[in-house]
Design a protein around this ligand. Structure first.
Ligand code: HEM
Length: 652
C-alpha cells in the first residue's frame, strides 16, 4: 500500500476518477491518508469477500450523514445500520424480502409500463424543440413508480408540470449531507448559530422534507392494516417486529425506513436510465442496434407501424442488446461511483496486507469497473463486450459473493458489482432490473416524426397519417423547405405575404375548397393505407379548423419561407438540402417526409443519378436510409429497392 495523498488537493466531486487513476497506478488496494482519516481503497474484486461477504466489515460512520435525509432524530435504517449481524437490520431485511420476490416484481410491471406511457405523453406534448432534462423526467418517473409500487401513493408527477416538492427538498438535503463531509466547519457553524440566514433556510428545507415523509406515512396509516396477501413494501414494513421488544416500528424509525426505500429507489434508477440515454445519444450505432432489436421484437414505433405492440414482461429477457447496453452504462457510470465505505473494528488482512483497526475501507466500484486490468479499453462504450455473458451469471444479479472471490467464473461479471453483493447488496435490485430496461425499451421504441410541406394537400395527408399512426399533434412539423417551387404558376401573386400571422390567413386561403392547380384531387377521397389500417378522408380539401391549427408547429430549422420567386434549380437544391437537414435533426428516428411529387422525383434522382423517375403517384412513397461508419460519419444515402406498389417508379 504505497500511496499517501493529500485529499485537500482532490476535487471532492471527482474523487472517484482520481482514485481510479491511483488504482491504475498502484493496483487494486492502496492506502490513502488525509487529515483525520486513514483510508484503504480497494478495487480488486478478489479482496471483496473479506469486506462485503459474510460477516464482512461494518459500514463506516459517514453513512450517518444520510440519516437526516430520512428522519429528524438519530435512527438506524436498513441502509445505514453498520452491522449485518444487527437483529433489527435482520428483521427488516427479512420482512421486506417478499416485496422484492419475482412474483411481487412481476405484478408491478404493468405499473411501470403505465408510467412510461405517461412519460411518452409528456415528451410528445413537449415537442421536439423543447429541451427536457432527462434526469428530472427519470426522477419523476422512478418516484411515481416507487411510491405507487411500494406504498400505494399516487404522486403522478409526470402528469403535473412544475417542480416536484420531494425532489426539490431531497436534492437540497443530499447536497447538505455531502457538504457535512466536504465542508465540516460550515456544518458546525450552522448548527451553533441557528439564527444565521443560511441556517434558517436549511432548517426550512428540512422541515418541508420531513413534512412530506410524515404526510405519506399518515396517509398509509389511515388506510388501516394491510391485507395479509399484500406484499407491498409498506405492508412488509408494517409486519416488522423489533426483536428486543416485539413491537412494530413507529415514529421516526418507521418514517425513516419508508423514506430510505423511496430514496434508495429514486435517483439510483433514474440516473442509470439517464446515463444510458446519454450514452446512446452519443453512440448512434448502439442506438441503431437497440432500435433494430426493438423492431425485430415488434416493439419499435415506425412509420409503417406507429403503435408497436405493448412491451410485456417476457420481452425483457429477449432484448440481449438492450441488456448489454444497460450493463455497459452501469459499468462506466455506476451510481455508487464514489464508493461504499466500511471500517475495520480490529486488525484485518486484506489483499495480503495487515490493515490496522480503525481504518476506513473504501470500495471503489467505479475504479473496479473502469480499470484496464478488469475491462479492456475501459473508456470505450462497448455494449458488445457483454454479449454472450448472460446476465444471470453476473455478480450484480446474483447478489452473492463466493468466499474467496473466485467463485464467479465469468471475469467480467466478477468485476461488475453496481448493486454491490453479499448481505448488504441492494435489496431493490429486482425492482431496478425490471424498471430500467422497461423504461428504456419504451422510451427508445416509441418516438417518430412527420415533417410536412406547408401546402394544404401535404398537410392534410400528413394529418391523416398522423391520426392513423396515433402520433400526437406535436409529432407533426411543418417545414417551409419542403414546399413546392414558389413561382407564379403555383402561387397566386396577390396572396403572397410572409407568414406573420396564421398560415391559414394567406397560404390556405388560396387552396381551400378549390380545385385549381393546388387541388387536383379535390373531389376525390384520399385513402392512406398504413399496415392493416386504412384511413379515408372524404374531404381532403375541407376547411382546416382552428382546432386543427392548435397543434401546428413549424420546424425550428426551416421556419422561413424560401425566396420568392425561385428558379426550378433553386427549388431542387432546396429539397435535397432540406432532406439532409431533417435527417440530421432527427438522426436515429424514422421520419416520414410529406412533400410534393417534384420533390420526391428530385430526391430519388439525386440518390439514383443513373435512374429516370417516371411516376410519382399521389401518396406514393419510397424509403431512404443512411448509416454511420466506424468513425461516426454518415455513409451515403441508400434507397430501398423499387417496389411498384409504393407508387414511386423509376427505370435504370
Ligand atoms: C439502478 C438502481 C439501483 C442501484 C444501482 C442500486 C445500488 C445499490 C448499492 C450499490 C447498494 C449497496 C450500498 C452500500 O453497501 O453502501 C444498495 C443498497 C440498497 N438499495 Fe439500491 N440500488 C438501486 C435501486 C434500488 C431500489 C429500486 C431500491 C428500493 C426500492 C433500493 C434500495 C436499497 C436499500 C434499502 C439498500 C440498503 C440495503 C442494505 O444495506 O441492506 N435500491 N443499492
Amino acid at each position: 500500500m504505497p500511496q499517501t495523498a493529500a485529499f485537500l488537493k482532490q476535487e471532492a466531486h471527482a474523487h472517484h476518477v482520481i482514485w481510479t487513476q491511483f488504482a491504475n497506478k498502484y493496483g487494486g488496494i492502496y492506502r490513502l491518508e488525509i487529515p483525520g482519516h486513514r483510508f484503504v481503497v480497494v478495487s480488486d474484486p478478489a479482496i471483496l469477500p473479506a469486506i462485503i461477504g459474510r460477516p464482512g466489515l461494518p459500514k463506516w460512520a459517514a453513512y450517518q450523514n444520510v440519516v437526516p435525509l430520512v428522519a429528524r432524530s438519530k435512527v438506524e435504517t436498513l441502509f445505514t445500520t453498520p452491522h449485518s449481524s444487527d437483529p433489527m437490520w435482520k428483521a427488516v431485511r427479512k420482512a421486506l424480502n417478499p416485496a422484492f420476490s419475482p412474483t411481487a416484481i412481476r405484478s408491478k410491471f404493468g405499473l411501470v409500463v403505465d408510467k412510461c406511457l405517461a412519460l411518452a405523453d409528456w415528451l410528445e406534448q413537449s415537442g421536439p424543440n423543447k429541451d427536457v432534462e432527462a434526469q428530472d423526467l427519470m426522477a419523476r418517473l422512478t418516484l411515481d413508480v416507487v411510491l405507487m409500487a411500494g406504498f400505494g401513493i399516487a404522486s403522478n408527477t409526470l402528469t403535473a408540470p412544475g417542480p416536484v416538492p420531494l425532489l426539490k427538498e431531497l436534492h437540497f438535503a443530499m447536497d447538505e449531507s455531502f457538504r457535512t463531509f466536504s465542508e465540516p466547519v460550515r456544518a458546525v457553524v450552522l448548527k451553533l448559530l441557528p439564527f444565521l440566514p443560511a441556517a434558517k433556510e436549511r432548517e426550512a428545507h428540512f422541515v418541508r422534507l420531513y413534512g412530506i415523509w410524515d404526510g405519506w406515512v399518515k396517509e398509509m396509516q389511515a388506510r388501516g392494516p394491510p391485507a395479509e396477501t399484500d406484499d407491498s413494501m409498506w405492508a412488509c414494513i408494517t409486519r416488522v417486529r423489533d426483536p428486543s421488544t416485539g413491537m412494530p416500528m413507529e415514529g421516526d424509525k418507521l418514517q425513516a425506513e419508508v423514506a430510505s426505500l423511496i430514496v434508495g429507489g429514486l435517483d439510483t434508477t433514474a440516473q442509470t436510465c439517464s446515463f444510458t440515454l446519454a450514452l446512446l445519444a452519443t453512440h448512434p450505432e448502439a442506438q441503431k442496434a437497440v432500435a433494430a432489436e426493438l423492431q425485430s421484437a415488434g416493439l419499435l414505433s415506425t412509420p409503417a407501424k406507429r403503435s408497436p405492440r405493448l412491451l410485456n414482461h417476457s420481452d425483457l429477457s429477449r432484448l440481449p442488446y438492450l441488456d448489454a447496453v444497460v450493463r455497459e452504462s452501469m459499468r462506466m457510470f455506476p451510481v455508487s461511483a464514489s464508493g461504499l465505505g466500511r471500517y475495520t473494528t480490529e486488525p484485518a488482512v486484506l489483499g495480503g496486507y495487515l490493515v490496522p483497526a480503525g481504518t476506513e475501507v473504501q470500495i471503489n466500484y467505479y475504479a473496479m469497473q473502469n480499470v484496464e486490468a478488469n475491462f479492456p479499453e475501459p473508456q470505450r462504450f462497448q455494449p458488445e463486450r457483454w454479449l454472450g455473458h448472460p446476465r444471470a451469471a453476473a455478480g450484480a444479479s446474483s447478489g452473492e459473493l463466493s468466499a474467496d472471490g473466485s467463485g464467479e467464473a465469468d471475469p467480467l461479471a466478477r468485476a461488475f458489482l453496481p448493486y454491490s453483493a453479499g448481505p448488504r447488496s441492494c435489496i431493490g435490485q429486482p425492482l431496478a432490473q425490471m424498471e430500467v430496461p422497461t423504461i428504456l425499451a419504451m422510451v427508445l421504441g416509441r418516438f417518430e416524426k412527420i415533417v410536412s410541406s406547408p401546402f394544404l394537400r401535404c398537410y392534410q395527408t400528413a394529418k391523416i397519417v398522423q391520426k392513423v399512426l396515433q402520433l400526437s399533434d406535436k409529432a407533426l412539423e411543418i417545414d417551409w423547405q419542403l414546399c413546392e417551387v414558389l413561382t407564379n404558376r403555383f402561387l397566386a401573386g396577390e396572396l403572397w405575404e410572409p407568414p406573420s400571422g396564421s398560415i391559414a390567413d394567406w397560404m390556405w386561403s388560396c387552396t381551400r375548397g378549390g380545385d385549381g392547380p393546388e387541388n387536383p384531387d379535390a373531389s376525390r377521397p384520399a385513402t392512406v393505407e398504413i399496415g392493416a389500417v386504412t384511413e379515408t378522408s372524404t374531404a381532403p380539401c375541407q376547411e382546416i379548423t382552428s382546432k386543427d391549427m392548435a397543434g401546428l408547429q413549424w420546424s425550428s430549422i426551416s421556419d422561413r419561407p424560401p425566396v420568392y420567386p425561385e428558379s426550378t434549380e433553386e427549388a431542387h437544391a432546396r429539397y435535397t438540402a432540406a432532406l439532409d437537414t431533417i435527417a440530421d435533426r432527427h438522426a436515429g428516428q424514422n421520419v416520414l417526409v410529406v412533400t410534393h411529387g417534384e420533390a420526391v422525383r428530385r430526391s430519388v434522382a439525386r440518390l439514383l443519378p443513373w435512374a429516370t423517375v417516371y411516376e410519382v403517384q399521389h401518396c406514393g412513397f419510397t424509403v431512404a436510409r443512411r448509416e454511420r461508419d466506424a468513425e461516426g460519419d454518415w455513409d451515403a444515402w441508400e434507397l430501398e429497392d423499387q417496389d411498384c406498389t409504393r407508387g414511386v417508379s423509376w427505370v435504370t
